[in-house]
Ligand binder design. Sequence first.
Ligand code: C2E
Ligand code: MG
Ligand code: MG
Length: 717
Amino acid sequence: MNIRDLGRVSIRWKLTLLIVTISTVSLLLASVAFITSDRINTQQTASNNLATMAEIIAANSSAALLFGDARAAQETLGFLKAQQHIQAAAIYGTDNTVFASYRKPGIAIKFPESNIQTENTLFWGNHVELFTLINYEGEQIGIVYLRSNMKAIHDRLVWFLGIVAAVLLVSVLVTFMLSTRLQRIITDPLLRLSAIARQVRTEKNYSLRVIGENEDELGNLIIDFNAMLDEIQSRDDELSEHRAMLEERVMQRTSELEIANSKLAASKEQAEAVAKRMEYHAHHDALTGLPNRILLNDRITAELAHARRQQGKLALLFLDLDRFKIINDSLGHAVGDQLLRVIARRLGNCVREEDTVARLGGDEFMVLLPRISSSSDAGRIARKIIDCLVNPISCNGHELHITTSVGISIFPHDGVDAETLIKHADISMYRAKELGRNKAIYFTAEMNAGSRKQLALENSLRLAAGKNQLKLFYQPKIDIFRNTIVGVEALLRWEHPTMGMISPMEFIPVAEDSGLIIPIGEWVLNTAFTQLKQWHQAGYASLSMAVNISSAQLSRPGLEDVIEKALQAADLDARMTELEITENVAMENLEPAIAILEKLKHMGVSIAMDDFGTGYSSLSYLRQLPVDVVKIDQSFVREIPDSHEDVLIAQAIIAMTQSLNLSVVVEGIENVKQLNFFRQQGCNIVQGFLFSKPVEADEMLKMLAAQSAPGTVNLVK
Ligand code: C2E
Ligand code: MG
Ligand code: MG
């Protein structure tokens, strides 16, 4: 084992080794010292004994020497026989001759012959020689020589060595036992310390402590070690506390994030649903779900491009239901709507998948037949359509027989662009009606003289104003929280002498196309404002008037002057008036529209976004337009609260108007469920058949009077 190996040995063994080594070495040194001193003493004693013996011999043999009596001298030496250790003895004369001698039997040695006349003691390896002078009266007469073996001394040495070895053995054993016992005083605390340190390290348990009450260095070490553990434990506790706090915070944040994420996902879902629905509304007819004019135009454009590339053909079928208006007027809108839905479904079923059936509005439909191989295909499909409407339709207990007139135009024969093709299909549809309805007629060049309907309508509309056939009806706007009529919307009506009451939906487009909308619009503004002034004078001074403005009016310069004049003529405060525009109207010419609306707003007129949600991209444009009020379109109101999607859309619109600080008017409230829903959403201004249909001015006055007479009417049911 070398020193490096020693490093690996436990302290207990090191200490044992140290103590045993020290005690053995000291014992050995002590033994050597003792044996050495004993040997010196023994040698001294042996030499003294020899000297005494020699002096006795010298004293007893001096006479024999003087008288030359060798025999007497020999006798003197005789007593040496009893001395076991004497090997030889001799008495010399002064001439160095042996006078008498003695040899122990069995021992053959030579007596020394030189250097013998002086007193001397010589120690050799295994014997000792002594020379003592024999004097007589102060004069040397001879010398005694004694030789003794060292056996006694050796025996003693051997005995001592035996003792030393035994003592050494015992002492090593005892030392070993004692040291193993005693060194525990040191190693036990150290082992405890090390065991605890290891346990702390592996288990990270800082509550462990080393037991030890000694006040020595080890005791202090244990105290310091425990103090260090105290410190670590308190830090560990602090750390754990911090970690727990941190974990709690992380968990809290995580759950907050999760909630926020799910909210985000929900609102994203909502926004996506809204966007999808908006997109759908922009391109589909709300009543039947069929593509609307915008989507149809897109598809016609795309198919025309394809047909041009392929040098193919396509057909447009223009459908108008025969006598639908009569059914609608007599049986009511609900039946009319239901009928339209069934017809839309039937139309969808009798065309090919690649064909598009669109509703243009009212009872007008259009079918796009792309990729037809010949014109006769279009006629065949038109016939099929007519046939599939032949079966009666049952609505609300009525068996309704409905027929349709179909006009057909073919690309490229009847036109090369969408507008011409639609116009020609429309014209041929009127031709079909003229020819007795329930027919499909191809467009012919002769028909191009002009659309009779259009012309007829336009002509009679031109005269209508002069003949007092145009009328304004008024529909109240109700504040459901205050339970009062806060304003009215002016809605135009045309009382045709033969065609009956024509809806603005039908004749306003004609008026717009022909430019008649400008004088008619002015007439509406003047009439509505004058009427409002009268109501103000009648005591309803807080009443406001909303007038619908068409795109042709907005895009023509000078609208603000017209309005200003109308306000002046009626002597009306602009703040009591509101103009309703639709998204598409504003979007067709965004920049100038914004400029005009800004001017009007500056005058004090408030601007309402009508039919909100049905246009192209409502949400983004609303931010750009200087609008005060948003009118939620009735198509979103109709299915509320049953349609989850419509509920989401309505909520999104309301939230958005709140964020933009705009007022909301809900159109088309027809039942209490719808009313309650919007009441819960915090919408206070509503409009709809639930309260009143559009009515004539005197009827309106009655309603105003009724609500101001306490207890007579309850507008909010
Ligand atoms: P609008 O401005 O959105 O007017 C609301 C339309 O919804 C009116 O149809 C009204 O009678 C109808 N309505 C009101 N409450 C309900 C209800 O609870 N349920 C249902 N199903 N319908 C309800 P109207 O009078 O046929 O007018 C149609 C559209 O014609 C108007 O829509 C407006 O865009 C346009 N219009 C009407 N008068 C004028 C006008 O003087 N000038 C211009 N440029 N357009 C006008
Ligand atoms: Mg309106
Ligand atoms: Mg509207």
